[in-house]
Design a protein around this ligand. Structure first.
Ligand SMILES: *[C@@H]1O[C@H](CO)[C@@H](O)[C@H](O)[C@H]1NC(C)=O
Ligand SMILES: *[C@@H]1O[C@H](CO)[C@@H](O)[C@H](O)[C@H]1NC(C)=O
Ligand SMILES: *[C@@H]1O[C@H](CO)[C@@H](O)[C@H](O)[C@H]1NC(C)=O
Ligand SMILES: *[C@@H]1O[C@H](CO)[C@@H](O)[C@H](O)[C@H]1NC(C)=O
Ligand SMILES: *[C@@H]1O[C@H](CO)[C@@H](O)[C@H](O)[C@H]1NC(C)=O
Length: 409
């Protein structure tokens, strides 16, 4: 459920930035001209030819793309077949536009090889494409690591490498891209910790789900300025840090499905007044739902399923005005208000199966409930042990600020 809504938002974000760019710089007027060209099979290429007549930057792009073609070993859809000769603006998947700093010349501003199923590497020469604003390589078989020369792409604002076979540690070259806004690394094989700086880059969207990332969620997440953060299906462990409400002016989707989260939900999670999707399902969360959660006035999707949470489901949650889907199933909740049962009659979906609710159908057996409820976790007393202490510092190599109330701003 959260995945589908996430992909909708991805498209929205992408479109938004395309529009923004169109309005702000006309960078893409020629890109769209080109795609109209191709679909209409137009005969008149004279205009784009005169503009794309070679200049030193297009020559560098030519060198870069030829080097890339050398390390492409499989291209079943023939995307790169016409990557021959100096007219790089006519190559499939390569988009030219007028330069931002020299409006009379054409430069390579975008690469879109989405769904190419291409196998190969990214060569160092890609650093020569210093006018790139967009790289879309979604759904290919690119492998290996990202070249450090990508740090040369100072105009790059959208990087989508999702659904490829990139490996190794989180590619730190990304941290040096000053214009980056949209980062999508999902469905690759990146491993190890996330660099804490990732959340301080001013990105608007961060997708790192379905990798092999581990270690804790960096405490810097509390100051994230992104509207969409998706970590699902990694193995972070540790807690969601208290102080997350510092990101309240930005966060609209936080998806932490199956990330081995433990501990309590932080008390201030209810201050995320813009959030629409909050999905922490399939984790090891304990304790009760913080009462503050009744403050999530924009939440539409709230998924707490498959955790070890206890206590009552507060009426305030079920009264949330925009709630469309509330999943509390597979926990150890033992009390709920009649208001929650009314959610279904309001057209929202509500799932409370497999809890310890005495009056409700399809609950856990009392033996299971008794065992779990014998030692409930009091979230006021609980302090996240496995979180961002010594282990985080050792693994990430930076000193993590202690998330004590006194350091909260
Ligand atoms: C790609 O080119 C090869 C050789 O010209 C051809 O046999 C194949 O059918 C082409 N594939 C597609 C998807 O066009
Ligand atoms: C970085 O870009 C500049 C052009 O802006 C180019 O001259 C230089 O060779 C590039 N560096 C690398 C490492 O590709
Ligand atoms: C989950 O995280 C905890 C630390 O919070 C760690 O001890 C445990 O091994 C992790 N679980 C898995 C399946 O890796
Ligand atoms: C709630 O979550 C569980 C576990 O993922 C799932 O099986 C169930 O279909 C969900 N309920 C609804 C109403 O979506
Ligand atoms: C649930 O809805 C029914 C009818 O819409 C209403 O009479 C009842 O008071 C509601 N229950 C709660 C707890 O709000």
């Amino acid at each position: 459920m959260a995945f589908s809504s996430t992909s909708t938002s991805t498209t929205t974000t992408t479109t938004f930035f395309l529009l923004l760019l169109l309005h702000s710089s006309c960078l893409f007027s020629l890109v769209f001209a080109k795609s109209r060209h191709t679909t209409a099979h137009s005969h008149s290429h004279s205009h784009s030819h005169s503009l794309s007549h070679s200049n030193p930057r297009l020559h560098k792009a030519y060198l870069a793309l030829q080097a890339w073609k050398q390390v492409i070993y499989s291209d079943p859809k023939n995307f790169t077949t016409n990557w021959i000769g100096p007219s790089v603006c006519d190559y499939t998947g390569i988009y030219c536009a007028t330069s931002l700093d020299k409006p009379h010349i054409q430069v390579v501003a975008g690469i879109d090889l989405n769904h190419g199923n291409i196998a190969g590497f990214l060569p160092n020469e890609l650093g020569l494409l210093s006018d790139l604003a967009l790289i879309h390589l979604n759904s290919n078989r690119f492998c290996g690591v990202l070249p450090d020369t990508l740090s040369n792409l100072t105009l790059l604002y959208e990087l989508d490498l999702s659904n490829n076979r990139f490996v190794g540690k989180f590619p730190t070259v990304i941290l040096s891209l000053p214009s980056l806004i949209y980062l999508d690394l999902r469905f690759n094989e990146f491993e190890g910790p996330l660099p804490p700086q990732l959340f301080n880059l001013g990105l608007d969207a961060i997708f790192v789900n379905n990798n092999r990332l581990y270690s804790v969620i960096p405490p810097t997440i509390t100051s994230v300025t992104a509207s969409v953060v998706v970590f699902a299906n990694n193995n972070f462990g540790g807690c969601l840090p208290e102080g997350i409400s510092k990101s309240a002016d930005h966060l609209e989707e936080l998806v932490l499905i199956n990330t081995n989260l433990s501990g309590c939900l932080p008390w201030d999670i209810g201050l995320l007044y813009k959030i629409k999707v909050l999905d922490v399902s399939f984790n090891n969360l304990v304790g009760s739902i913080p009462y503050s959660i009744a403050g999530l006035v924009h939440v539409e999707q709230l998924n707490l399923a498959h955790n070890k949470m206890t206590g009552a489901i507060p009426a305030g949650v079920c009264a949330l005005p925009n709630l469309q889907n509330f999943n509390a199933s597979y926990n150890f909740f033992c009390e709920e208000e009649g208001l929650c049962l009314n959610l279904t009659s309001k057209g929202a979906s509500f799932d409370d199966r497999r809890n310890c609710l005495p009056e409700r159908p399809l609950q856990r057996r009392s033996k299971e409930c008794d065992a779990a409820l014998k030692h409930p976790v009091d979230c006021f007393e609980y302090h996240c042990e496995t979180g961002y202490g010594a282990s985080a510092q050792n693994m990430v190599g930076v000193s993590a600020p202690a998330p004590s109330p006194s350091t909260r701003s």
